[in-house]
Ligand binder design. Sequence first.
Ligand code: NAD
Ligand code: HSO
Ligand code: ZN
Length: 802
Amino acid sequence: MTFPILPLLGADYSAALEAKPFIKLAGEAVIDASAFASEDDVLQVIRSLAENFRYVSLVLNAAEQFSLDQLVVLLNNGIYRLYVNSVLPQEFQDTIPASRVAAIPASVTPAAQISLESFTKVFLDLIETDRKDGLYTTLVVDSNERCLGLVYSSRESIEQAIAKQIGVYFSRSRNEIWVKGLTSGNTQTLLSIDVDCDSDALKFTVSQDGSGFCHLGTHTCFGDLAYGLNGLEHTLNDRKANAVQGSYTNRLFNDETLLNAKIKEEAEELTEATSKDELAWEAADLFYFAMARLVANGVSLQDVERNLAMKNLKITRRKGDAKARFLTKATSKDASANGNGPAAKKAKVAERTLGANDKIFLNVVSSSDVSGVTQAVTRPIQKTSEIMHLVNPIIDSVRSKGDSALIELTKKFDGVELKAPVLEAPFAAEYFEGLTEEMKESLDLSIENVRKFHAAQLQKKPLVVTTQPGVICSRFPRAIEKVGLYIPGGTAILPSTALMLGVPAQVAGCKEIVFASPPRKSDGKVSPEVVYVASKVGASKIVLAGGAQAVAAMAYGTESVPKVDKILGPGNQFVTAAKMYVQNDTQALCSIDMPAGPSEVLVIADEDADVDFVASDLLSQAEHGIDSQVILVGVKLSDKKIQEIQEAVHRQAIALPRVDIVRQCIAHSTIIRCETYPEAFDMSNKYAPEHLILQINEADRYVPLVDNAGSIFVGAYTPESCGDYSSGTNHTLPTYGYARQYSGANTTTFQKFITSQQVTSEGLDNIGKAVMCIAKVEGLDGHRNAVKIRMSKLGLLPKDFE
Ligand SMILES: NC(=O)c1ccc[n+]([C@@H]2O[C@H](COP(=O)([O-])OP(=O)(O)OC[C@H]3O[C@@H](n4cnc5c(N)ncnc54)[C@H](O)[C@@H]3O)[C@@H](O)[C@H]2O)c1
Ligand SMILES: N[C@H](CO)Cc1c[nH]c[nH+]1
Ligand SMILES: [Zn+2]
């Protein structure tokens, strides 16, 4: 319902508002057209009033004051309604929608004639309540119409609220007027008051200060506003006010070039997205960066919504054609993206590398720049809670619907329609099609090296230690019976991961080895190389699924996927989040190897390092994914050397087919300049990289300085790719800094260890008293008795022993 009095404002509108600020509470202001000489003057007033009023309307006493074109401009720029005292000419009626024209309401009153008393009175006269206590139910909302809470108003509290334009209510528990925030400091500015359709309930629109509306400290009485764009705006404002060292958002606030580049990048990705999930994902990314730009410049979501509301009021629309430069770009891009042949790839590379802004280079910071370094070593990962939001329904679906969910989700996420979700061993010949002899030899060589290194780790004899005479402790391994091995296949199919996991599983003696890998879009099969490795390591099944659904299937089992005891293998954030979830779910009874997410590398190089080697090592991990990160820690590198490395990175990167991925990874990758070797190793230990490459003089002498790393690559001729495929070490390694506490996959990852002890009478005599003493202090007499009974039967205790 509109407010029962609408202020009519003339040329002195600012003075009127200053003298009678309560008139804002009406929500709608009416401009007296006759008080303004030109359409531009009216536009100026609309702009000023839009801050204070939800709607701004125009009273036209004489239609001829403005031409039709001028009225259209005013209606297009925020005039909500035209109030007229006579019928508009036909030509006007043909153009202006009838809903935007009305007779001048009786409630329109010149501001000069409105007093606080008259304004309050008309409102109080309008409302009525049938509550016995005479109060009015009052809904409190913010300017985005989000409900903050439900309270009660008395006629007196309403009078005070109008007079002071703040949140004043009536407290039923204290039976008195309640000025919101008087004690807590969480005050409210009252923006408008509305009354409902039958005039017995009120709506106060407020701007809430402090920690929130609720006495419990939350934004609303229904919890915090963490959801959606408003939640995002809140978080961004918080980041801006309380700069969090190392936060990516902070980096965006401080680096306008990066922020603008991300907006363009996300806008482009949104145009390329096709599936519902992709579109939602990309749009969310775009909103995030756009919101960051707004917050950085002090623009609120409310300002944007006001603008949207104004645009919604437009009665004529522009044709909406795109600017020529965007059309040209889209066309050339479509043409080059058509087809995957080398020519198309080259065209794409050429298009992508045009212009100085497109140069691929790493950010450079000095080790003394504490905040620069903190930003540099912050991994570009999404919050677990955000990912879990997407992963939970996938897991639930597989748990409740089994194979049919696997088929459905594989169609949704991998674009493949499966008849059956599992391939059973022995694998039919058709699955090996396309496997060359050279490939078999390469896989065989790698398998043998990995086998040699992992077999050497196998502990064959039990470990036996006599801790005291008669007390023999031992420890012996047992293979974990059923293991599920995840082989990534999203942006690249990784048969190498199949062997890195399959070989140690076989060496450890796991009884059942299950592979899972997303099927190829082209033919719905897994690659013949993966099938070859599966047959060599004795896998019983290959689950044709990827992502969280594959993890859930192996953790809980489905009609055709056996439930396994442990899930191992790297993967993207969905895979990693699902692994983390199932290991915490006691119903799954399933452990995992480690969080092995997006690949990362830290290279320590000095002035003598070969710039091409350094660049190639950085790029080999950068090409894994846009969420990968590569870091170069340079020891006393000259400006010239850094320049040469940057040039080598750019030169090599633009020749790679995955240059698009590399470009995005390099955008959050950095060169950190250090003065000494120990400083560089200290930096590396803090980062705890998945891969650490040492391209420094006498590299092997420095290995003892490494405390945290997944795997180390020592010296100029040890590229990281050797460890990825063939040297013999495992490439499934902890990322995200988990190298601080996790080892990479190894033979023991596929085993568990059982301990055993045997205590003789002599042994009991040696340790029995200690056991009884500690059990007594813990108040566990049953434990104590188990020893006491035996010792007393053996005559090892004095008669009066208590
Ligand atoms: N740390 C290590 O040891 C190690 C080793 C090898 C690879 N890696 C990393 O593994 C990762 C492999 O990732 P990948 O994406 O190429 O393959 P992936 O197999 O891990 O993930 C692909 C699957 O993700 C799922 N998925 C994709 N988009 C989704 C969405 N919007 N919602 C839900 N599910 C979705 C799909 O089911 C798809 O099958 C890379 O980041 C790589 O760097 C790490
Ligand atoms: N570098 C990856 C581990 O982070 C493993 C891999 C497989 N293929 C190529 N590389
Ligand atoms: Zn790799």
